[in-house]
Write a protein that binds this ligand. Structure first.
Ligand SMILES: Cc1cc2nc3c(=O)[nH]c(=O)nc-3n(C[C@H](O)[C@H](O)[C@H](O)COP(=O)(O)OP(=O)(O)OC[C@H]3O[C@@H](n4cnc5c(N)ncnc54)[C@H](O)[C@@H]3O)c2cc1C
Length: 383
């Protein structure tokens, strides 16, 4: 079996890793550089606190890979298991938190509902008077996406995967039923992927990739790196003020990452021509909102630098993980959680490509046809 993977972000590389590990011949075509897309712009957050079972399970299946990554891949990804703290300002949000935690704990995540006072034990300067409840999971944390790409790339190269950078795939043509002819792939995979019921060959030029219409919008999201006025503990959790959309976490050497999406701050953009720099006005607002949640980001906070990247957003904020056409597997549209879900996604994609059943997560809820059938999902913990 020869699988062509389109895209060398963390998802494509995790797919290559899983497929090569199961004996497939794999080629990765990356238009630019490995990890140069959304992956290199991510905040590195890893959490089990989602509101749908499939997202929680993708996390639970991925966390062990991040935990043992340094040993298994030989690259330190700066994995820090300092938890995620979600904050609720309203009773409505708190009620949703309670439902989420019931589902998360049933799935096996160690999440807990906390009072604001209990939450302050994890984040001492939390403005407890502004909140009615919080949730915390000690299974959550952060890691460095750049290092993860490096680890995956090293491992798949060692496993014989053919990685071609600066190689855009501009079309995929089906070349027959059940096999490759002239070195073309049996299957194509991962910004898009594919399997062996039909062959697919990357071709140039023109036309939508394989003619498959994916309901994914490229949405610009920003991150600021700041020097907080206050002493944000290095082991503070990634904190999300869900009712305002603001989030922050400690970064290295006393700095912090601040992010969030506010009204009009995250428009759909042309993915080939969007502003990759940070808007200072946005950064000021994001920092003020962070300070509104916890008193670390007062007026002496210095905005050091930042960047913008793309969330690949589907209508229900869940990925598409499906064999969209015979031989064409899609793993795309991960919104703000594709980094953390990459390890389990790789296994799910390998199953779809190879017709196996090894992945512990049932990803059928992430089928492409849910948007037509109306069986879409609802993720309430969107950050
Ligand atoms: C600001 C920001 C913060 C984020 N924070 C988090 C977070 O905390 N936690 C988390 O889990 N996720 C986070 N994300 C989301 C995460 O970055 C993505 O979901 C994840 O990186 C998706 O990985 P990918 O491999 O699918 O996509 P990408 O990294 O975008 O990789 C796709 C690759 O495909 C290549 N490509 C596209 N078309 C072609 C073609 N035709 N031929 C060849 N190559 C092609 C691109 O060049 C690109 O390198 C964040 C994203 C942003 C923007």
């Amino acid at each position: 079996m020869h699988v062509l993977i389109v895209g060398g972000g963390v998802v494509g590389l995790a797919c290559a890793h899983a497929l090569a590990g199961r004996g497939a011949e794999v080629t990765v075509c990356e238009a630019g550089t490995l990890g140069g897309g959304s992956t290199g712009r991510a905040a590195g957050g890893i959490r089990t606190q989602f509101s749908t079972r499939v997202n929680v399970e993708l996390s639970l299946a991925s966390v062990p890979v991040w935990e043992s990554f340094a040993d298994d891949f030989g690259v330190d990804i700066d994995y820090r298991r300092s938890g995620y703290l979600f904050l609720a300002r309203t009773e409505e949000t708190a009620a949703a938190f309670r439902e989420n935690v019931a589902m998360q704990t049933e799935a096996g995540a160690p999440s807990r509902v906390l009072s604001p006072a209990e939450a302050a034990e994890y984040l001492p300067e939390l403005r407890t008077e502004s909140f009615v409840a919080a949730t915390f999971s000690a299974a959550d944390g952060v890691a460095d996406p750049h290092s993860a790409v490096q680890g995956y790339a090293d491992a798949v190269r060692a496993a014989g995967v053919d990685i071609r950078t600066k190689t855009p795939v501009t079309d995929l043509a089906r070349v027959g039923d059940g096999g490759s002819d002239d070195g073309s792939a049996d299957t194509a995979a991962a910004a898009a992927t594919a399997s062996d019921t039909g062959g697919w060959r990357a071709e140039t030029p023109d036309g939508p990739l394989a003619g498959v219409d994916l309901p994914i919008a490229p949405r610009r999201r920003q991150i600021a790196v700041v020097e907080p006025e206050g002493d944000l503990p290095a082991d503070a959790p990634l904190t999300i003020d869900l009712d305002t959309g603001a989030y922050f976490r400690p970064e290295r050497e006393g700095t912090a990452i601040v992010g969030g999406h506010f009204a009009d701050s995250d428009p759909d953009v042309d993915p080939d021509r969007f502003d990759e720099s940070m808007d200072v006005e946005w950064a000021v607002e994001a920092t003020e909102r962070a300070d509104d949640a916890a008193a670390y980001f007062g007026p002496e906070t210095r905005i050091r630098n930042g960047w913008a990247g793309l969330y690949a957003v589907t209508p229900d904020h869940h990925a598409i993980l499906d064999e969209a056409e015979p031989g064409l597997v899609v793993a795309a549209g991960f919104s703000g959680h594709g980094f953390q879900h990459a390890p389990a996604t790789g296994e799910a994609v390998a199953d779809l490509c190879l017709g196996e059943d090894a992945c512990e997560v049932d990803v059928s809820a992430l089928s492409l046809d849910r948007f037509e059938s109306g069986e879409t999902l609802r993720e309430r913990n969107v950050a």
